[in-house]
Ligand binder design. Structure first.
Ligand code: AMP
Length: 283
């Protein structure tokens, strides 16, 4: 695996591949890699000649009181895992190279509507940081295909909208969520959980799954299902942020008439914020 921390060097290396008509697959990450990330890398490898993984803890997408400083930094371990997958290249820029004039002065890319609900409501500015860094990474790497996890379904929809609205020449693929044996969605942030919290954590997926079962059995009382899941989470010891059933296409609140929907959940266990979602088709 070849490692680059300078955008110019990264781009130059990829220009050589493009000159040989090789296609490039890209998986942006913040590191702290786990099996979920690796499944995206495998998918990228299956659709492209060469795969680039970026590892960049993007300060622009963290709020002032969020976990930027505590976020897992495990570069050696990450590189080892990527090496085992035969990843071609890893891009590891620093905040100074990505934002030389500072975060305030950085030109930003703002996707409207999709960014203001769910996690966008609880984390103001978060998705502006995401869309800006992804746009910049796309311009450095120039991938034919980029793979994102459905674990962050709102993020995936925002990136797809960004690519469509700005006519970026990238195909965006969504990849299913990788889970632990007990259903907990894998996340770099799971390492924050103590033993007791780790035991409670799968309740988030369980509460969403119960609502999905009810929907599959014909229930369309979405407010009641949301309330039921919130109560389950509170009883388990979570401080829920939201449970919402929305259209999986444009994140508008789901009604009985909508066929492509998803249930989204975010909840805190102590200071750790976990998110998850399940897509359902009622058609
Ligand atoms: P992150 O490092 O958390 O920014 O995630 C990088 C990419 O991995 C994003 O596209 C995430 O959606 C994806 N990802 C994170 N966790 C999982 C998971 N458990 N299953 C599938 N994809 C994931």
């Amino acid at each position: 695996v070849k490692i680059f921390d300078q955008p110019g060097m990264m781009r130059e290396q990829l220009d050589h591949l493009r000159a040989e008509s090789k296609t490039i697959g890209f998986v942006p990450t913040m590191g702290g890699l786990h099996e979920g990330h690796l499944s995206l890398v495998r998918q990228a490898k299956s659709v492209a000649d060469a795969v680039v993984v970026s590892i960049f803890i993007n300060p622009l997408q963290f709020g002032a009181n969020e976990d930027l400083d505590a976020y897992p930094r495990k570069l050696e371990d990450d590189l080892q895992q990527l090496e085992q997958l035969d990843t071609d290249m890893v891009f590891t820029p620093t905040p100074d190279t990505m934002y030389p004039l500072g975060l305030e002065a950085q030109t930003k890319v703002l996707v409207p509507d999709l960014t203001t609900v769910l996690c966008g409501a609880s984390r103001p500015g978060h998705f502006d940081g995401v869309s800006t860094v992804v746009c910049k990474l796309f311009n450095i790497v120039g991938p034919n295909t980029a793979v994102f996890g459905q674990k962050d379904l709102q993020q995936l929809l925002i990136i797809k909208r960004l690519v469509a609205d700005l006519a970026l020449p990238v195909t965006v693929i969504g990849h299913p969520t990788t889970r632990e044996a007990d259903g907990l969605a894998m996340s770099s942030r799971n390492t924050y959980l103590n033993e007791d919290q780790r035991a409670i954590a799968p309740t988030l997926y369980q509460s969403l799954s119960e609502a999905v079962e009810a929907i599959k059995n014909g229930s369309r009382d979405y407010p009641a299902l949301e309330k039921g899941a919130l109560t389950t989470l509170e009883k388990a010891g979570f401080a829920p942020d939201y449970i919402e059933i929305r259209r999986s296409t444009d994140l508008i609140r789901a009604t009985e008439a909508d066929e492509d929907i998803a249930i989204f959940g975010a909840a805190r266990l102590g200071t750790t914020r976990l998110i998850d979602n399940i897509v359902v088709s009622t058609g």
